[in-house]
Structures are given as structure tokens and as C-alpha cells.
Write a new protein. Structure first.
Length: 684
């Protein structure tokens, strides 16, 4: 009996514990549900405190797996056009808020839609929608973080960037993200901009934290809009594959929203951006296509590039085109600091194809290197091919513009637009602006059709550069031309007629010119200028002018136009320096001798002897004025006898003003002012 009584107590105790345990579980579950609702409500309350309308339909929490579900979320921002809707939020393994932070192993967002106003274009609406968004490894604040005061014009953007900077996410996956951009309607004579839509497929992001994204990938991107082609509005589509970005930093963008943005230098927002195939097409016709695009180190300087400036520029750009100089000046004034605010290490576009009406254009690569402070270090095109119907293709191996200054172009455009008088002074300013807008260009491997018979012209290499400006003019110019080749004929005149008569149907020309001014020495040097005609001759000149005043280079355009006499007066004291001329025969001398002998009906050597005699007689006359002429005549005669190389040097005997030299009518009087030397020898 006692044993049965003992067992009965045990059974009753177990039953009581079981009942209490079950009841306790459901009670705790209800407690957790209430706690979850309170936590969610705290987040939404913090949104309401910032002026937003924030609501949700239901909150559920499952203790198993610590799964939080919130449905029917709607948030409308305090500013017009800001709204977020979310059908369902599911978070797995959610932690209770601790230290102001909540974590979840994974978060699934279903039926997400976002509507915002473009921060750079007033009244332009942008909407985004994503059926599914997956987050892994989420950690973020349990309520809206405090946002330091900033620019009121970008408060919504600032709030979002501050919140993004407080979030950490291992990875994000969005199978499809689509959206629309709706510009404001037409107002008066201001036409409405074209609406557009976009779609991103297979979007993933990883390594999100402290406002940075380690890597972003988009499998495919489509942008649809309309444009005007030959006065007809047609639909166009931009199609991009395999978009990738790494080293993304939103910190500099957040700095743009500061009340007074500050930065000592450009700060990178992208370390690298790249794409696969890129197409701009109308229906099935490609207007532009590229095999790939890439950009290295895209940076901004928040101090120079403010949101307010971008908004002002956007508003001006949306105005109808006008010839009003005030509008041009206003646009330039807004654009200059914006240009200064951008910096890019390099942009490359590969395998480019352009659809032109009467030509097919292909480019192997286009590279833009070193854009900073409004100047592009190099803009180069590689492997250009262009072909007109019925003609051979024109090709360029490489073409490059050096030191292209967008800032200088804009500054000069504003200066020209602000002038009331359209006269020669404007043209002079424009010419100077062109020189200062870039520092040179290079060309390599050009081949192009010369005539309908299929003959070609080519340039092996060409370069022209200038710089070190003083006033209007550069004090350094360097030009080089290597092997410009093309067909020749007897109709081209001397010396080409001699080459053509010898059976040549092509030749090439090469040239070099280096000109520099030394302000300290007050000298202008041509060192050297040279010209070479293949299988004919080469010539090199070195010369110098002394006592050249720097004021000539400093002269303002209005001084040149209004008082040219004063400029010429400054040149009166310029003196001639040494002059050296070197000529090397490459075959032309004997060709000329042979052909002239045939015309005269004599033997070439008889004609050579006659020429030498004539030189010797002329030298005797010149020697009466300048004894040095005898040595020069001997060198010329030796060159005619055995064509090779001859060098003649003229050195002023005393300071010789160029103006006085040019005023002399008799060339012998001019020669008398110089010491002359000459040497002749074999071709090097």
C-alpha cells in the first residue's frame, strides 16, 4: 500500500510538472511574441519620430529557429515622393537587441518596392521593385541611428547613407530588380525629358559594412528609353552584361550631403568597375557596341563637388537650348567646380563598333588615362578602322590627344560668350584657347585611300606637343613626322619629278622641328628643324635668335590687336645668332645630274665639271665681299663632285639686329655680316 501511494505521488508530480511545463512554454512563447512586437514597434516609432509615416500589418515570432516575420510594411518619408513598401520580412536566428544592435543569420524580403525623388533632378520620380531579396549575415541598429545635421536639400539621401553605414551584411542576392524614371511634365517651352525604365538581373553584393561594399555583381542590365534620330523619336535600349564593381565606398557621397563638405583630395568611390558586352541598340540594330568597359579608381572631392552644385547644374541642363550668353556663362560657372570634383585613374572601352549611315567604324580600344583637376592626361584610340562603301578601309594603329583640359575649354567658352563684340579679337582668343586646351597629339600607323585607283597614303608616326606658356604663346614646341608615304608622279613637280622619272611611284617624307624659348637667356632656339625625302636628300637647320624679350610672349590679345606697333617695337633689338645648315645627298644629286645631262645632250660627268666651274667662278665674286666665301665655295664644289654631306655655318661677327638684316636688299651685304665656315665629306 505504501509503495502504491508513493508511485501515485510520483505520477501526480510528473503530471503537474508536465502541465506546468506545457503551460510555461506557451506562456513564454506568448511573452516572446509580445517582446518581438515591442522591438518592432520601437523601430517603427523611431521612424515616426523623424517625421515618417510607418506602419505594419502583423508581427510573428517563432521560438524554434528564432524566426521573426513582419508583414504589410509601409513607410512614407517626410518629404514628398519617398515611400517603401514590403509585403513580408522573414528573419532567421534573430538575436534580441543588445547594445543597440540586432543580428540575423538570414533575412528574406518579399515584394519590395521603393519610390524616391532623384536628389539631382527636382520632381523626377524613381521607383524600384524587387520580388525577392535575400540577405545573409545581417547586423544592424535596432532603431534609426542619429543623423548629424547636414544639407537640408538632401536629408533623405543623408538618412539612408547614415543607416547604410551602420549596417553589416555578408552578402545580398536579388534575382531581379526593376524600376522606372519619370521626369516632370513639360512646362511652357521646356520639353519633358524622356522617361526610362531599367532592369537588373542576378544582382549580388558581398562584404557590406561601414558604408562600403567589397564587391557588386550584376549578371545583366537593361535600360530602355527614347531618343531622337533624324527628327524622329525612336525607342533605344542599353544592354549590359556582367557588370562588376569592387572597392565601393559611400563615405565620400555621404560627405557630399554635409552642410559644408570638406576633403583635401579626391576620395575613391569605386576602385574598379567593369562590364562584359555593352550595346546601345534601336530594335535589333546596334547603334553602338563594345566588348567590354572598365574604369579604375573613380573618385570625387566633396569640397568641390556638392549636391547643391549638381542640382543647380541639372536644373540648367534641363532648360531649352539657348543662344543667350548669360545661360552659357551660368552653365560653365556651375560646371567648372563639378569637373574639378571628379578624378578617374583610367577608363577603357574595348572592341567598339559604331553604326554610321555611310561607313562602318570599328575601334579595338579607347583609353582615357589620368583625369584630375579638369584635365585628362591621355585620350587614345587604338586600332581604328573606317570604311566607306566601295573603298578600301582607312586604319589608324594609334591616335592620342595629350593633356586635354576640359576646364580650359569651358573657361574659354564662357569668356567668348560674355564678349559683346564679335571681332578678330574673339578669333585670337579662340586660337589661344585651342592651344591651352590640350598639350599635343600623337598619331601612329595611319593608312588611307589616296584615289579611286586604290593607291594608299600612310603615316608611320607623327607627334606634336607644346607647353610652358607665357601669356598667349607656348615657349616650347616639338614636332616629329616619320615616314609619310604616298604615290608620286611627274606632275608633282621637283624634286618628285626626278624620282618619278627614275621609275619610283612612291616615296616618304620625314621631318623634325624643335623650337624653345629660354626666358633667362632671352634666346629663341630652333634646334633642329630637319626634313628627309626618301632616296633624295635630307636637310637640317639649327638657328638661334638672341635678346628676345619675354614681353612678346606676355602680350595680351587686345594689345596685339589694338597696338601691333608696340609689339613690333619690342622686336627691334632681337639679334641673329648662329645658323647651321647641313644637307646630305640620298641619291637625288646624281638623278638630277643624269636627267639634266640627257636633256642637254651631254655626258653626266661633263655637266658635273661645268657645274663645278660655275661654282668656282661665283665663289670668286662672293669672296670679294666676304673672304670666307672661298672656303664655302670649295666645300660646295667638293659636294657636287662627290655628293655626300655638306655643312655651312654662319656666325654673326657682331650683334646683328634681325630688323636691320631683313632690310638689306643685296644678299652679299648680308653675308658680309657673318663669319662663314663649310665642310664637305662622305655621307655618314
Amino acid at each position: 500500500m505504501e509503495e502504491k501511494a508513493r508511485m501515485k505521488k510520483v505520477i501526480i508530480t510528473v503530471a503537474v510538472i508536465a502541465v506546468l511545463g506545457v503551460g510555461g512554454y506557451f506562456g513564454f512563447d506568448r511573452f516572446v511574441q509580445m517582446r518581438a512586437r515591442n522591438d518592432v514597434e520601437t523601430v517603427f516609432a523611431s521612424l515616426r519620430q523623424k517625421g515618417a509615416q510607418a506602419s505594419y500589418k502583423d508581427v510573428a515570432f517563432t521560438l524554434s529557429g528564432r524566426r521573426l516575420t513582419v508583414t504589410g510594411i509601409e513607410i512614407t518619408g517626410p518629404a514628398a515622393g519617398q515611400q517603401v513598401k514590403l509585403e513580408r520580412l522573414d528573419a532567421q536566428e534573430v538575436t534580441s537587441p543588445s547594445g543597440g544592435t540586432v543580428q540575423a543569420k538570414s533575412v528574406e524580403l518579399t515584394g519590395l518596392s521603393v519610390a524616391v525623388t532623384d536628389p539631382l533632378a527636382a520632381q523626377t520620380k524613381v521607383t524600384y521593385s524587387a520580388p525577392q531579396v535575400s540577405l545573409v549575415g545581417y547586423s544592424g541598429p535596432d532603431r534609426m541611428p542619429a543623423v548629424p545635421p547636414g544639407s537640408k536639400a538632401t536629408q533623405a539621401l543623408r538618412d539612408g547613407l547614415v543607416l547604410f553605414g551602420a549596417v553589416r551584411i555578408d552578402s545580398v542576392s536579388i534575382p531581379k530588380l526593376s524600376g522606372d524614371v519619370t521626369p516632370p511634365p513639360a512646362q511652357g517651352d521646356k520639353p519633358a525629358a524622356a522617361p526610362s525604365s531599367f532592369t537588373y538581373e542576378a544582382l549580388t553584393a558581398s562584404g557590406i559594412g561601414e558604408g562600403r561594399i567589397a564587391e557588386l555583381k550584376v549578371g545583366k542590365m537593361l535600360v530602355s528609353t527614347t531618343t531622337v534620330i533624324e527628327a524622329t523619336t525612336v525607342p533605344v535600349v542599353v544592354d549590359v552584361a556582367d557588370l562588376r564593381a569592387s572597392g565601393i565606398d559611400t563615405g565620400p557621397i555621404r560627405m557630399l550631403t554635409d552642410a559644408e563638405p570638406k576633403a583635401s583630395s579626391p576620395l575613391p568611390i569605386y576602385e574598379k568597375i567593369s562590364t562584359g558586352a555593352y550595346r546601345l541598340r534601336h530594335k535589333e540594330t546596334n547603334l553602338f557596341s563594345a566588348g567590354s568597359l572598365s574604369a579604375q579608381r573613380v573618385a570625387i572631392n566633396p569640397e568641390k563637388l556638392s549636391i547643391e552644385r549638381l542640382q543647380q547644374l541639372s536644373a540648367l541642363a534641363q532648360q531649352p537650348p539657348s543662344d543667350d550668353p548669360k545661360q552659357v556663362v551660368a552653365i560653365v560657372e556651375r560646371t567648372l567646380p563639378v569637373i574639378d570634383g571628379f578624378a578617374v585613374g583610367q577608363i577603357s572601352v574595348n572592341d567598339i563598333a559604331l553604326a554610321e549611315k555611310d561607313a562602318a567604324v570599328k575601334i579595338a580600344a579607347m583609353n582615357m588615362k589620368g583625369f584630375v583637376d579638369g584635365r585628362l592626361e591621355t585620350l587614345e584610340v587604338l586600332g581604328l578602322t573606317s570604311q566607306l562603301p566601295g573603298e578600301k578601309p582607312s586604319t589608324v594603329k594609334r591616335a592620342a590627344i595629350l593633356g586635354l583640359s576640359l576646364k580650359s575649354i569651358l573657361e574659354q567658352s564662357a569668356a567668348m560668350a560674355s564678349k559683346d563684340d564679335k571681332n578678330e579679337l574673339i578669333a585670337l582668343n579662340a586660337s589661344a584657347a585651342v592651344l591651352k586646351s590640350f598639350s599635343g597629339f600623337e598619331l601612329e600607323g595611319l593608312e588611307a585611300p589616296y584615289d579611286a585607283n586604290g593607291k594608299m597614303v600612310s603615316i608611320e608616326k607623327m607627334s606634336l606637343s607644346w607647353g610652358d606658356f607665357t601669356g598667349l604663346l607656348p615657349t616650347r614646341v616639338a614636332f616629329r613626322l616619320d615616314k609619310v608615304s604616298g604615290p608620286i608622279s611627274a606632275e608633282d613637280g621637283e624634286p618628285f619629278s626626278y624620282l618619278a622619272a627614275a621609275g619610283m611611284d612612291r616615296t616618304s617624307i620625314s621631318s623634325v622641328l624643335n623650337l624653345s624659348y629660354d626666358a633667362n637667356a632671352r634666346s629663341l632656339a630652333l634646334a633642329p628643324a630637319s626634313l628627309e625625302l626618301e632616296k633624295a636628300f635630307s636637310a637640317k637647320i639649327e638657328a638661334r635668335l638672341e635678346n628676345v624679350p619675354k614681353d612678346v610672349f606676355d602680350a595680351a590679345p587686345q594689345d596685339v590687336m589694338n597696338n601691333p606697333t608696340a609689339i613690333l617695337a619690342k622686336l627691334q633689338n632681337v639679334t641673329a645668332g648662329a645658323l647651321s645648315v647641313t644637307v646630305t645627298d640620298l641619291g637625288l644629286a646624281n638623278l638630277m645630274l643624269k636627267q639634266q645631262a640627257e636633256l642637254a645632250g651631254v655626258e653626266p660627268e661633263d655637266l658635273r665639271s661645268e657645274l663645278i666651274s660655275g661654282i668656282q667662278m661665283g665663289t670668286q665674286d662672293a669672296a670679294t665681299v666676304n673672304p670666307d666665301a672661298a672656303a664655302v665655295g670649295e666645300a660646295i664644289a667638293a659636294f657636287v663632285k662627290a655628293p655626300g654631306t655638306i655643312t655651312v655655318t654662319l656666325t654673326p661677327k657682331r650683334p646683328l639686329p634681325v630688323a636691320s638684316l631683313l632690310s638689306l636688299d643685296d644678299p652679299f651685304d648680308a653675308l658680309a655680316a657673318f663669319k662663314m665656315t663649310a665642310t664637305a665629306g662622305p655621307r655618314p
